[in-house]
Design a protein around this ligand. Structure first.
Ligand code: BES
Ligand code: MN
Ligand code: ZN
Length: 523
């Protein structure tokens, strides 16, 4: 979807369809809607009066304009109740992040509807309101409109054999800006939304693709491609290199597969004259391109969903892709261990013991708890960067889905400031996280009789014992683990997230990194 921003008067623009935002139960139309209403001889106020359209969140109503104005159709888009609270004379939003998400949702639903109608282009005015205040800028509204539209219209058609022209696709989205002074802000919001949303769609594609194509080698080549586009350093460790580094976790997990494992290293350095590399932020992603469970094989039902077990890896790649284009002034390294987890005559067995890169030995109780085993090597490898902090993203445990469902990502960590920042970024991006504890008592569950640690705890608190396992491979750096098992894949459509891969993690990480300041050093 191509995004344009144009200064003009919306009701004088020619288009296939123009979107107008309506608040539920509002006494007054916003000035843009009022000008359309006047130009259309009062149709809109009439529709509202008759209650044919109420403005409920994500409600839509399309009607033709019969030549009264240059646009062929108008779509009224419900924005729900306008949550405004008067505070000391100012009009302030009670929850700006929620308000922005409502715009994102309404934009997603309406862009999808325009697409289903078979139209190729649309004009949106959903970013413009009469009163701005210090809580929500026109720039963030524009960003929400573009994000919602691109993500809501996302579809995965790579494996459909229908002719490209048979696939309905909105090609152009235009944001009309009524005041010249607002133009730069709208342009900037639209541009960053475009970059970030394209990265999210890229991550969705990687997840939705079948595991026969998204192999470790494919992910490695994809990383090289991203590096080439943005001139980043990228190194792919192959099996012999893993051996000499002592990456026993990744090697052991890959034993059952004929696909060679890959360890992706991708480095983005801020082009700010500092030369980069000092204390980077390290992002780690779980790259299991298919998780059958291995010898501890999973039940057949839903096993196909385990192609999404590389969602953490994809989110790291997507984040790096986005921040490189956004030119965020930071040094960020992506570390991605990739392998399939399959059974075979040579596969890893329950009871086997592996030696990780840190020297710690791991007793394998279940070959299905493989994510933590490959992440152990990546976390151990991260140490050599003297990282400012490390954040890992992994579809780690079914238990996390039991605990938090599909709305929140599970968060664990060893540093209050970092956790707080991730939580705030979650609220702002609406990719929300919820903290679970990492108390020492849980460590009991993963003590091994014969090795330093075992890879599975007891029946309860599985998301936590998974995180406790990872903690054992975290040296003295601030660290956050994000369990995205419940949030990486959607089983049903929602306003700007169609079912399938969600691309979760990219918007969260970009939000976190775009206003990053150095973490206070712990003493
Ligand atoms: N990839 C799975 C976790 C998962 C489950 C992700 C459902 C998305 C949806 C992970 O490798 C796994 O199999 N975990 C086991 C751990 C258990 C053996 C301790 C699980 O959650 O059952
Ligand atoms: Mn597994
Ligand atoms: Zn897994």
């Amino acid at each position: 979807m191509k995004v344009n921003v144009k200064f003009g008067t919306a009701e004088k623009e020619t288009s296939e369809i123009t979107l107008l935002g309506i608040f539920e139960g509002a006494e007054k139309l916003t000035s843009i809607v009022a000008s359309f209403d006047t130009a259309l001889g009062g149709i809109i106020s009439d529709i509202l009066k008759r209650r044919d359209f109420k403005g409920k969140q994500n409600e839509t109503l399309v009607f033709p304009t019969y030549g009264k104005i240059p646009t062929r159709r108008v779509m009224l888009v419900g924005l729900g109740k306008r949550e405004l609270k008067a505070r000391s004379g100012d009009v302030l939003l009670t929850n700006p992040a929620l308000f922005l998400d409502k715009i994102r949702q309404a934009s997603g639903v309406s862009a999808k509807r325009v697409q289903d109608m078979g139209l190729k282009s649309l004009i949106s005015t959903l970013h413009e309101f009469d009163s701005y205040n210090r809580d929500v800028s026109v720039q963030s509204c524009a960003e929400a409109v573009v994000t919602g539209s691109i993500l809501g219209a996302y579809q995965f058609t790579k494996y459909k054999t229908s002719e490209p022209e048979e696939i309905k696709k909105v090609e152009n989205l235009t944001l009309i800006v009524s005041k010249k002074a607002l133009l730069p802000q709208v342009q900037s919001g639209a541009r960053s939304a475009e970059i970030i949303s394209e990265a999210v769609c890229f991550v969705r594609d990687l997840g939705n693709m079948p595991a026969c194509d998204t192999t470790p080698t494919f992910l490695a080549n994809t990383a090289k491609q991203i590096a080439k586009e943005s001139k980043l350093r990228c190194e792919i460790l192959s099996k012999p290199q893993m051996k000499s580094l002592g990456m026993g976790g990744l090697l052991g997990t890959s034993q059952g597969s004929t696909q060679p494992p890959k360890f992706i290293i991708i480095e983005y350095n801020a082009r700010d004259g500092r030369g980069g590399k000092a204390n980077p932020i390290v992002l780690v992603g779980k790259g299991i391109t298919f998780d059958s469970g291995g010898i501890s094989i999973k039940p057949a039902k839903d096993m196909e969903k385990m192609k999404y077990d590389m969602a953490g890896a994809a989110a790291v790649l997507g984040t790096i892709k986005a921040i490189a284009v956004l030119k965020i002034p930071l040094d960020v390294v992506g570390l991605i261990p990739c392998t399939e987890n399959l059974p075979s005559g040579g596969a890893l067995k329950p009871g086997d013991v592996l030696r990780s890169i840190t020297g710690k030995t791991i007793e394998i109780i279940s070959t299905d708890a493989e994510g933590r085993v490959i992440l152990a090597d990546a976390l151990g490898y991260a140490k050599r960067y003297k990282p400012q902090c490390v954040i890992d993203m992994a579809t780690l445990t079914g238990a996390c889905v039991v605990a938090l469902g599909t709305v929140a990502t599970g968060m664990f960590g060893n540093n209050e400031e970092l956790k707080e920042r991730v939580k705030k970024a979650g609220e702002a991006s609406f990719e929300r996280v919820w903290e679970l504890p990492l108390w020492e008592e849980y460590d009991e569950q993963i003590k091994s009789d014969i090795a330093d640690i075992k890879n599975v705890g007891g029946s309860w608190g599985g998301a936590i014992t998974g995180a406790c396992f990872l903690k054992k491979f975290v040296e003295d750096f601030p660290w956050v683990h994000l369990d995205i098992a419940g949030t990486a894949m959607a089983e049903k459509d929602s306003p700007y997230t169609p079912k399938g891969g969600t691309g979760v993690g990219v918007r969260l990480m970009v939000q976190l990194l775009r206003d990053w300041t150095p973490l206070p050093t712990r003493k």
